[in-house]
Design a protein around this ligand. Structure first.
Ligand code: ATP
Ligand code: MG
Length: 289
């Protein structure tokens, strides 16, 4: 039975750099909802959740005020907003950094170069705190978009903006000189969630963990001669221990195991050298310890 009090209101970015991965996360968690129909609010058909589709800038305020119970937003936007909410999960996507950049021709020797200068940004709070921590007094020009053109039109000596690859800076004749803040998508929650909603949030977090753990692991199958089994098993220990199934060909077995992907790549040469053949690596959808 669906208890109305347990329905979690979830704020997501309507369209932008957080949307695809946010929508994808719920899909991988098996939570179905309609998106892309232009509706600003929708319900899940198989999980006690309602979704609101918003501008990312509005998400921290909605979550603080309790209009939404939880939301997914960039840490940069959350910190800049100065709104109060619990950071309940670091999601690992939409990674970027907030950096200071100057025109490419300018020689830069350190943040002290900005004493008495000006910097254009959409992040006055994060930049202000950074400059203060360095004892630099610079003027902050707050602008809401197209920050990169500020130096070329004489508005400011430098800019402070989001960078991921650096190509936008480069194409505007700028070079990155200081990374001041590293960001990723985070899941934030209202500080006073009712007990029923908290239970729904815990169910959601359980699923998110299962999906994210699975992404780092692979299911491995390989064939090996029986006399090599022990050597190979030591290299791929698995969750409890590997499964061993005899092949139709006498003297050979198939080993099935679960491995962290990095560990697989680090051990692959040794596994082959030990006599493994026909190695298959298969993605895992969900993983629960
Ligand atoms: P909205 O219309 O919702 O206000 P926006 O234009 O303010 O959207 P986006 O450009 O979609 O915001 O970026 C949303 C968030 O994605 C940023 O706040 C940041 O956390 C992250 N982000 C921004 N640029 C990149 C990038 N190039 N690569 C990865 N993540 C990024
Ligand atoms: Mg925005």
């Amino acid at each position: 039975m669906l208890n109305k009090d347990s329905i979690l209101r979830i704020a997501l970015q309507k369209s932008g750099r957080l949307s695809e991965d946010s929508f994808g996360l719920f899909k991988e968690c098996g939570i179905k909802f309609e998106s892309g129909t232009g509706k600003l609010k929708t319900s899940s058909s198989n999980f006690p959740a309602e979704f609101l589709f918003l501008r990312d800038d509005d998400i921290p305020g909605y979550v603080e005020d309790g209009v939404a119970d939880i939301g997914i937003v960039g840490e940069n936007v959350f910190v800049e907003s100065n709104r109060k909410a619990d950071v309940t999960y670091r999601l690992g996507f939409s990674k970027c950094r907030l950096s200071i950049a100057v025109p490419r021709g300018v020689e830069y020797s350190g943040i002290d170069d900005f004493q008495g200068k000006s910097i254009a940004t959409s992040y006055p709070r994060i930049l202000g705190n950074f400059l203060k921590s360095k004892g630099v007094k610079a003027e902050i020009h707050e602008i809401s978009g197209s920050v990169e053109i500020a130096p070329s039109i004489g508005l400011a000596d430098g800019v402070c903006d989001i960078v991921s690859s650096g190509s936008t800076l480069l194409s505007n004749g700028l070079k990155e000189v200081e990374a001041i803040f590293r960001s990723e998508a985070i899941l934030i929650a209202n500080k006073k969630l009712a007990k029923e909603k908290h239970e729904t949030l815990n169910k959601l977090l359980f699923r998110i963990r299962a999906v994210q753990t699975a992404q780092n692991y692979k299911y491995i199958l390989l064939n090996a001669p029986n006399e090599k089994l022990n050597d190979i098993i030591n290299m791929i220990p698995g969750m409890k221990s590997p499964t061993i199934v005899p092949l139709a060909m006498p003297g050979w077995s198939s080993i099935h195991s679960v491995l962290e992907e990095n560990q697989f790549w680090e051990n692959i040469e040794a596994i082959r050298a030990a006599g493994a053949e026909g190695i298959l690596v298969i993605p895992i959808e969900k993983m629960i310890y």
